[in-house]
Design a protein around this ligand. Structure first.
Ligand code: PMP
Length: 362
């Protein structure tokens, strides 16, 4: 099945449960004003690598506030979460390092492992014993690499147990919290914060600015020595144009809103839970959400695609995940809860999903 790119309308009556704007901040006036203000002040683009001309006071401010919010010693902002993961994995795994990587990790972590000079052992999903076994057999340095929240089913990794397995064997810990920042932990401080790992000398966290923060870009958070090392060695930092000032300004404004309105994180979690309960009560097979994503099983890849298309025709945008994007071969609709969805929005979503469902979906 080939994929087509469908332009998203700038504004429409469509109810969007497909995007990752978990806190509903991408269109918040303070966020969009900050983006345009930053472009006017600093220019539309960063103009060069962060090491040459692409660093502004705005980037430094964002890095300082992001690190403080998440409880890390330091942060480095890159042009995407993808670039942040490539930077973090490769920097932490010089030749001779073993990377122990969860089999359900995001493509950017997998690519980071492929690029790194160390070797990689892929282990079972969310399985601390599998991590222990891989680490017990190795010689030399090692790092466990984990997505904190898996993007397809929205389940959270048992981070504290995975970290404990790494620590028993003196291995470092790398956590991708793309879907946890702004949703999990106290006031949305993220999964590592919730697991007691924030600020730990053996832990590095990556985040994206493109989901809860409604902007674009990524960041690595961790000990200052690791961040210094990235500035000097990470190829996706050094040889990439810096994050556009508008994106940095928008992310900073969104972060400040999240800090000022900590209930947004709890709201998105409540909304996801309500959506899940309504779907299961209606007879659908949905995965219990740990964060903002609710996934619903479809009988086949074709029926998933057709179901999503019928939803769109009826004004509901949903994600559609089919093989090969899902390694277990199970096709799903992926719905994202947002902090700004109303009970009427949820009723409308459920009614469209029910009306358009293939018979075998329930
Ligand atoms: N990690 C995870 C788990 C993701 O879901 C994504 C985005 N889909 C990324 C990293 C990459 O982030 P970005 O979109 O900012 O490149």
């Amino acid at each position: 099945m080939t994929r087509a790119l469908r332009p998203r309308p700038a504004a429409s009556d469509t109810l969007d449960l497909a995007g990752n704007d978990y806190l509903g901040l991408a269109r918040h006036p303070e966020v969009t004003d900050a983006a345009s203000g930053a472009a006017r002040r600093w220019g539309a683009g960063a103009t060069g690598s962060r090491l040459v001309s692409g660093s502004t006071a705005l980037h430094a401010e964002l890095e300082g506030e992001l690190a403080a919010f998440c409880g890390a010693e330091a942060a480095l902002v890159l042009s995407s979460g993808y670039a942040a993961n490539l930077a973090a994995v490769t920097a932490l795994a010089p030749a001779g390092t073993l990377l122990v990587s969860d089999t359900s990790n995001h493509a950017s972590l997998i690519d980071g492992c492929r690029l790194a000079r160390g070797t990689t052992e892929v282990v079972a999903h969310a399985d601390p014993d599998a991590v222990r076994k891989a680490l017990a057999a190795r010689q030399g340095p090692a790092v466990g690499v984990f997505d904190a929240v898996f993007s397809v089913d929205g389940d959270a990794a048992p981070l504290a147990a995975l970290a404990a397995a790494c620590r028993e064997h003196g291995a470092g810990i790398l956590v991708d919290d793309a879907h946890g920042l702004g949703v999990l932990g106290e006031g949305g401080r993220g999964s590592a914060h919730a697991a007691g790992l924030a600020g730990a000398p053996d832990t590095v966290v990556t985040v994206t600015l493109s989901k809860s923060l409604g902007s674009q870009g990524g960041a690595v958070l961790g000990p200052a020595a690791v961040i210094d090392h990235l500035v000097n060695t990470a190829r996706t930092f050094i040889f990439d144009t810096g994050l556009a000032p508008a994106a940095a300004g928008a992310a900073l404004a969104a972060l400040r809103l999240l800090r000022a309105e900590p209930d947004r994180a709890a709201r998105v979690r409540r909304t996801a839970r309500t959506l899940y309960e309504a779907l299961t009560a209606a007879g659908f097979q949905a995965a219990r959400p740990d964060a903002a994503v609710v996934s619903v099983r479809a009988p086949s890849a074709q029926e998933a695609a057709d179901w999503a298309a019928r939803c769109r025709e009826q004004g509901l945008a949903v994600g559609c995940f089919r093989p090969p994007s899902v390694p277990d071969g199970i096709s799903r609709l992926r719905l994202t809860a947002r902090a700004d969805l109303t009970p009427a929005d949820l009723d409308r979503a459920l009614s469209v999903l029910t009306r358009t469902a293939p018979p075998a979906a329930r």
